[in-house]
Design a protein around this ligand. Sequence first.
Ligand code: DGJ
Length: 704
Amino acid sequence: MISRKEPYIFLLTPHHMMLWNIEGEIPELLYYGKKKSLSTDWSAYKGTTNRTGVDLRNYMFSQFGGEDYREAYCEIANGNHNEISNFVFKGYRILKEVKFDSPLPFSRNKESIICFDFEDQINQMQLEIYYATFKDVDVISSFSRLINHHDASIFIHRLSSLELDLHAESFKIYTFDGEWARERSRHESLLTCGVFKNQSRTGSSSALHHPLTIVETNEGFYSVNLIYSSNHLTTIELDDYQRGRILTGMNDFMLSYEVKKDEEFLSPEAILTFAKNESELISTHHTFVQKHIVYKEYENAPRPILMNNWEGTYFDFTKDKILEMAKTAKDLGIELFVLDDGWFGHRDNDASSLGDWFDYSSKTGGLASLAKEIHQLGLKFGIWMEPEMISEDSDLFKEHPEYAMKIPHRTPHLHRNQMMLDLANEEVKEFVLDSIRNVLHLTKADYMKWDYNRNFSDVYSTSCPVGEYFHRYILNLYSIFQTIHEEFPHVLIEGCAAGGSRFDLGILFYMPQIWTSDNTDPYDRIRIQTGTSYGYSQASMGAHVSASPNGFTERKSSLETRFNVACGGNLGYELDPTKFTKEEKEKVKAQIAFYKENRILFQFAKTQYFTSYYQNGIGGFITYDEKQKHGFMVITSSTLSPKGQLKIPLLSTKKEYLLKGRDIPYEQVLKGNRITNLSEIFSHIEDQNEEYALYSVMLEIKEY
Ligand code: DGJ
C-alpha cells in the first residue's frame, strides 16, 4: 500500500515500510524496515552533510556529474554529447497498474504502484522510477523507464533497476555461485570498504554467479534479485564514511543501447526484501515466486511426477526401448513420460542436428505414433528441445549459416559442439517459433523441457549493434516464450540450461518449474537444492531420483535417500526403470503412492532447507503446514552417526511434535525444535551399506 503525508511517501508491505522524503531535488530515503507509526517525528531521520561537506543522505538514485563518485544508478551518453546527467524530481503519480509494450517479465498482482518523475531539462530526457508493493508479502520492487526527447539519440551505458543507499559499518554478503553440476553454493564475503560485484557476462543469469544477492547488516537481511535472465550486475559499495550503496540491474558490460527521439528504454524489475533473519527472508522469496512470478494457474497446481529417459539411455534408444520404459513407468505410478535429447535429425551424440527439429524416424519409429502410444498408456507426454541452438552438422546450418551467432571471418567457439542461434534476427525468431509449433502439434505434447546448453561467446549480429545484443536477444527470447504460452497454454514448460544455469525469476515468469541441476547425486544435490531454496520455492525446482552409483559422481546411495532428497522439489525419476529389481519396483511404487498422497504438502507447504548444512555436514529440509499441523522433514548426513544438534526451522520452541519415520521404524515426541539424538535416529536405517556417501531419514511431523 502507498500512503502519503507530504513531504513523506510511505510504501507499506504487511510488516515493513519504506519512507521517502520528497522535499529535495532527489527523494531521500528516511527509513526502510519494520513498520512504525506513520505519525512518528520523521524529521529526526533526515540525513545531513558532515563537517567536511560530505553528503550523508540516502538518495533514491545517483547520477554522475556532482560530488558523488560512487557507483551510479545511470550512465547515459546524452544528446548533448556528454555523459553527465542532471535529473531533478518533478512529481509523483500513484497508479493502479502499469502496462508496457514489452515482453520483459514483470511481477504479477502488485498491490500499489508509484512512479517518481524526473527530468533532465538540458539533455531533454525523462526518467521514471517505479516502486511497487504487494499485499501479501514483504517485498518492494522497482524498475525504471527512460524516455529521450532530444533530437539526437542517447546511448544507455547503464540503467539500474534499484538503488538502496543505507549506512552500515560493514556488509556481510551472501552470493550463490558455482558451475555446471555445482550450481548455487552459498558464499560469504565481508565488505568493510570498497566495491563488491556480483555479475554475469555469460548472456544468461548463469551458474557462475547467480543474481540473488543477500546483504546482512546489524539491522537485518536485505536481498535483491532481478526478474531477468540475461547478464546481471549487483554492486555493493561501502566507503569510509560508512555510506553503503546496493545497486542492482542488467549488466552494463558491453552495453550501449541507442534510444532515438521519443523512444524509451525499460530496465528489468528488481525485487528488494528485508527480513530480520534468513528464515523469514527465504519464506518471503518462496511466497513471492508462487504468488507474483509464476502463472496464476500454477500457483497451487499439483506438478506431475515424471520419468525422463536421459540418464537411463542418453542418446542410445529405440522406439521399443522407450515404450518398455514408459510401460514400466506407468506401472510404477508415473504420470508423465519425457522423451529427452536424441529424437530429431540424425542426433546420436551431441555433435549434430540442433536446429533440425524433424523426426529421427528410424530411431523413434515415428515420433507422432510414439507420442500417441505413450498417451494411450495413460501417461502424459513430454518432449525435449533446445530451440536456441544450432549444430554445424545440421541441415539448418547448411541452408542458413547466417542464422548462427558468430563473428565474420572468425572461427566460432563451439561449446558442447554447438553454436547459438542469432535470436536478435527476426527471421531466426520466426524459425524458432515455427520449429516449436511443429513439434508440439505433431506430438500433442503436454510438457516441454526447454534446454539451453551453452553460454554466449561470439557475440555479434547483423541485425543490431553489439552494444544492444545481449538485451535484444533476451527480449526476443521472452517474446517467443510469450507466444508459445499463448498458443499452447496447456503445455507445462520446464526450463533447463545444462541443468540449472539459467534458474531465475525471468524464466520462472514464463516456465513455472526449472531443472535444478544435472547433478542428481543426493550428496551434492542436497547442497544445490539448499542454495537454490534461498531464492526459490520447492515447486519451482525439478528434483529426480537417478541410478546408483551416480552416473556423474559415481557415489552410491540407497533408493530411499535418493527419493528423500528428491522430495525437496518436484519429484521425478531419471533412470531406466526396466533395470529395477522386483523389490526395487515395489519400493518405488510405494514411494510414488506416498508422494501422491502428500504431494500438496511437499510442493506447496512452507519449506525450509537446513542451512546448518554449511556448518556441520547435516542437511535436509522441512515442509510443514501450520494450519494442518502436519509436515515432513528429511535429514541427511554423510555418516551414520551424525553428531551435534539440529535446530529445525518452522517448528516452535513452545510446542511438542510427534515424529514418525517414513522409511525407518522410529517414533519420538519432540519438545520444541531441537533434535539432539540424531545418531540414535540414524541407527534405525535398515540399509546401512558402508559404501554410501549419504544417509538420510524422512520423519513425519504432527503437532502433539
Ligand atoms: C542438459 C540437461 O540438463 C539434461 O537434463 C539433458 O536434457 C541434456 N542436456 C540433453 O542433452
